[in-house]
Design a protein around this ligand. Structure first.
Ligand code: ADQ
Length: 470
């Protein structure tokens, strides 16, 4: 078996479930930030990707796709429940997002989480060449770095957390907090979206493990674990090129025609998730309609909410609540042929998303907590003419970078309403100035810059980063 010098370990392979069994698979841009981001990088750097291929069967050995070899990890239905739906998405996900939804603690999920993490670690150990770099992704696999170090002490191990990492007050709720912490600290470098998360990790290591900490370093078990902030990004050039493609421009024109040429269009695009603040946004919009600040004859909201984690009960409940609220708002304020909100609960391809981004006057991104939020960056990258307004939650990682957006606290309903109105009524010159600041920042901080920064920090010899385009 050929072994790779770079291995990425992530919960999912970037593959379409349907495409895998006959071997005729294609890269899938799954509706989730992580696979989209890594997909772009790995095409440039020959590597192996270890991940769950979806479905339950072990599945055939998957072919190489582009430069990337795939190493599927099989999960049974019980494991999907305990590891993915349970511990990862019903315990860690809500807890790490400020507990905006009550985390569920179930003892049996932990055993499954640990067993599945062990399987991922073994798969990575099998495909990694001697002294290879292994880059472990996200909260699903927090135990993998330590497990992998035990199996293969020769490896260079990186861990990147795509979602927020909470302050000690919240993390301390976890019944298995010490093991989880040890798991992450098996890495040589632990990367986060924001500096605050690295600080939270250091505090926890001091408190729970009695570790000594220094500048971006945690000394534990005779080793030094480095930490840092590496804000993830998108392929800015790709999104800009897509948004400028003639068919996308034409599609955007048709969308604009269908929505009403003279209308102001507000747009939101989210995975249907309680962290994304969809309900807060709908409440604000309903009140703006109620108070007469916006009218259906001159303004419309397009809410795209791609189905997500539908086997988890809280996500089904959320969907019911959102659809009920959209129905109520349309029932109360819509007119024949003129709804207040267009609600689209479906996946779109990249070109359709780019057309939507082109169409919006105001992009409304109001998560209650978000590691980064790539939608905000995609919108900015798609607006080549420098027009359009971005309303962005202070609680998205992206707010630290896109500081000329209309920043807002989504919990403050009056503030949210006022900010939406400011964005709707802003002077075009002000909007262009704001947008140009954000576009400048993004041009220099794209997905390649992210990967380069992380891989350079992981492997200080520069060997890994050299494989990425400059
Ligand atoms: P997510 O929570 O999935 O990612 P986000 O960063 O917004 O959130 O990425 C969503 C992605 O899905 C975007 O690329 C978007 O274009 C795509 N998408 C949304 N709606 C879609 C639809 N209807 N059809 C198709 N695609 C759609 C996690 C963290 C984030 C972090 C990323 C990357 O929660 O905070 O930014 O990882 O690190």
């Amino acid at each position: 078996m050929r072994r790779s010098s770079l291995v990425v370990v992530a919960n999912r392979l970037p593959l379409d479930d349907n495409a895998a069994p006959d071997g005729a698979c294609e890269w899938r841009r799954s509706p989730g930030g992580l696979t989209g981001a890594l997909h772009t990088i790995l095409q440039q750097a020959p590597a192996t990707w270890v991940g769950w291929g979806g479905g339950q069967a072990p599945g055939p050995r998957l072919p190489t796709v582009g430069n990337v070899r795939l190493r599927p990890v099989a999960l049974t239905a019980d494991e999907q429940r305990g590891y993915y739906e349970g511990f990862a998405n019903s315990t860690l996900w809500p807890l790490y997002h400020d507990a905006v939804q009550q985390p569920v603690f179930q003892r049996e999920w932990w055993d499954t989480y640990r067993a599945v993490n062990q399987r991922f670690a073994e798969a990575a150990a099998e495909v990694a060449g001697r002294h290879a770099a292994v880059w472990v992704q996200d909260y699903h696999l927090q135990l993998v770095p330590r497990m992998l170090r035990e199996l293969r002490p020769d490896l260079l191990i990186g861990f990147f957390m795509h979602i927020p990492f909470p302050p000690p007050e919240l993390f301390m709720q976890l019944p298995r907090r010490v093991e989880l912490l040890h798991g992450m600290l098996g890495a040589d470098l632990v990367g986060f979206q924001r500096e605050q998360a690295a600080h939270n990790l250091a505090q926890l290591a001091q408190k729970l493990l009695g570790a000594e900490t220094g500048d971006h370093a945690i000394h534990v078990g005779g080793r030094t674990v480095r930490t840092g902030a590496f804000p993830v990004s998108i392929d800015v050039a790709e999104m800009a090129a897509l948004a400028a493609r003639p068919d996308v421009v034409a599609h955007a024109g048709k969308l604009r025609h269908d929505l009403g040429e003279s209308k102001r269009v507000l747009l939101s695009v989210d995975r249907l998730d309680y962290t994304k603040g969809i309900e807060h946004r709908l409440t604000a919009y309903r009140e703006l309609l109620r108070d007469g600040h916006v009218k259906v004859r001159d303004t419309v909201l397009v809410q795209v909410a791609v189905p997500s984690r539908e086997r988890v009960e809280s996500y089904r409940d959320l969907r019911d609540r959102i659809e009920g609220e959209v129905g109520r708002i349309n029932g109360e304020y819509g007119r024949v042929g003129e709804p207040a909100i267009h609600y689209l609960n479906q996946p779109f391809d990249r070109a359709q998303l780019a057309a939507l981004y082109r169409t919006a006057d105001v992009m409304v991104v109001t998560p209650l907590r978000d590691g980064m939020n790539l939608v905000a960056k995609e919108f900015v990258a798609a607006r080549e003419d420098g027009s359009g307004a971005l309303v962005l939650s202070e609680f998205a990682g992206a707010a630290a970078e896109l500081s000329t957006a209309f920043l807002v606290n989504p919990h403050d309903l009056d503030g949210l309403k006022q900010t939406l109105m400011r964005a709707l009524e802003a002077d075009p010159a002000d909007l262009r100035a704001r947008m140009s600041g954000m576009r400048r920042h993004l041009t220099e901080h794209d997905i390649y810059a992210w990967a380069r920064a992380y891989l350079t920090a992981l492997d200080q010899t520069g060997r890994l980063a050299q494989r990425l385009p400059q």
